[in-house]
Design a protein around this ligand. Structure first.
Ligand code: UDP
Length: 331
C-alpha cells in the first residue's frame, strides 16, 4: 500500500496502449480499484479523447512513447504491466507492417525487461489471430495454429506469436511472471469510427444511412465479446495465483456469420440500408470461436453481456458521438 497526497494507493499498474479502445477501459477499471496508472501510448491508434476523462485524476500519468524505445521510468514501484500496445484492426496494422511486427517483438521484449527489473507481473494481450485460419473449431489453447507467414496479416499474427514466445522464454527461466491472454474479437464504446473492424464499420455505416460492407459471401464467422467482460477477464488473469503458466482464451463463444451480424445491426438501427458486397481480404479466417473451458476453470470467468445488449450499448455510444460531431459542425 502506498500513500501520497493523503490517498492510499493499492499499487501501480503500467498500461501500454492505455489510450486505445481496450487500454482506456482497463485504465478506468484500475483507477476505480485505487491503483495508480502509468499509461504509455504512442497515439498511433490510441486517442486523446479516450483518456481525457482521466487527465485530472491524481492516480493517472501519461507517458507519450512508442514501446519500441525503452521507457524512461526511474524508480516507480510498478507491480503490474499490461501490454496492450499494438494496432489491432487489419487496415491499421497492415498500414505499416514492419512497425506492427516490431511493436510486438521489440516492444514486448522492452516491457518484459522492465517487468523483470521491477519484479512486476506481466500480462500480454495476445490474440485469436495466433490461430490464423484455424483447422480446429472451436479453438482450444492447445491448438498451435495455421498462419500464413508471408501473407498480409502475418505482421500482426506472427508478431503476436513471437511475443508469446518471448513471454514464455522469460517465464521459463524465472525472469518475469508473464501471463498470456488470447483475446477474441471485442467490441464496445470507444472503438474508433475509422477503425475498419466489422462492428464499428457496420454501426457507423448504418447510422449514416449507408449500406454495410460485407466482405466476401458473409458466411465467415466471428465471436464477439463485449468490452467490460473482456477487461474483467484480463484483470482476473493478472491477479490469479499461481500463474497458470499457459495461454488463456478470452472471448464470447457466441458465434455469428458476418451476414447474421449485418441483419442484427439492421434490426437495431432504423436508418440501416442493407448491405454492399466487397471482395474478401486475403487470408481472412473462415471461422473463429473460442473454447473458454480454461478461463472458466482457472479464472472463474465467462462473459455476461449478450450480443444484443452489448450492441445496444455500442450503438448508443456511436450515436452520441455522431450527435456531438454534428453539433460541433453546426457551431
Ligand atoms: N468484415 C466485413 N466488413 C467490414 C469489416 C470486416 O465483412 O466492413 C469481415 C472481415 O472480412 C472478417 C470479419 O468481418 O471476416 C471480421 O473482421 P474484423 O476486421 O472485424 O476482425 P478480424 O478479421 O481481425 O477478426
Amino acid at each position: 500500500m502506498q500513500h501520497d497526497n493523503g490517498v492510499r494507493w493499492n499499487g501501480i499498474s503500467l498500461v501500454a496502449g492505455g489510450a486505445g479502445f481496450l487500454g482506456s477501459h482497463l485504465v478506468e477499471r484500475l483507477l476505480s480499484e485505487r491503483r495508480r496508472v502509468v499509461c504509455v501510448d504512442s497515439f498511433l491508434s490510441g486517442t486523446g479523447d479516450n483518456i481525457a476523462r482521466f487527465a485530472s485524476h491524481p492516480g493517472f500519468r501519461l507517458v507519450r512513447q512508442d514501446i519500441q524505445r525503452p521507457l524512461p521510468l526511474d524508480g516507480e514501484a510498478i507491480d503490474e504491466i499490461y501490454n496492450l500496445a499494438c494496432a489491432a484492426s487489419p487496415p491499421r496494422y497492415q498500414a505499416d507492417p514492419h512497425h506492427t511486427m516490431m511493436t510486438s517483438v521489440i516492444g514486448t521484449s522492452n516491457l518484459l525487461e522492465l517487468a523483470s527489473a521491477r519484479g512486476a507481473r506481466f500480462l500480454q494481450a495476445s490474440t485469436s489471430e495466433i490461430y490464423g485460419d484455424p483447422e480446429v473449431h472451436p479453438q482450444t489453447e492447445d491448438y498451435v495454429g495455421s498462419v500464413n507467414c508471408t501473407g498480409p496479416r502475418a505482421c500482426y499474427d506472427e508478431g503476436k506469436r513471437a511475443a508469446e514466445t518471448i513471454c514464455f522464454d522469460f517465464l521459463r527461466v524465472g525472469r518475469a511472471d508473464a501471463r498470456i491472454a488470447r483475446i477474441f474479437n471485442t467490441y464496445g464504446p470507444r472503438m474508433r469510427a475509422d477503425d475498419g473492424r466489422i462492428v464499428s464499420n457496420f454501426i457507423v455505416q448504418a447510422l449514416a444511412g449507408e449500406r454495410m460492407t460485407v466482405f466476401g459471401d458473409g458466411s465467415q464467422t466471428r465471436s464477439f465479446c463485449y468490452v467490460s467482460d473482456l477487461i474483467d477477464g484480463l484483470v482476473r488473469l493478472m491477479r490469479v495465483d499461481p500463474n497458470p503458466g499457459c495461454p488463456v482464451n478470452l472471448g464470447n463463444p457466441g458465434e455469428f456469420t458476418v451476414e447474421e451480424l449485418a441483419a442484427i445491426v439492421s434490426r437495431k438501427i432504423p436508418t440501416a440500408q442493407g448491405i454492399r458486397r466487397m471482395p474478401l481480404p486475403q487470408d481472412d479466417p473462415r471461422r473463429r470461436q473460442p473454447d473458454i473451458a480454461r478461463a472458466r476453470t482457472l479464472l472463474g470467468w465467462e462473459p455476461k453481456v449478450a450480443l444484443d445488449e452489448g450492441l445496444a450499448q455500442t450503438i448508443a455510444w456511436f450515436s452520441q458521438q455522431r450527435a456531438g460531431r454534428k453539433l460541433e459542425a453546426a457551431e
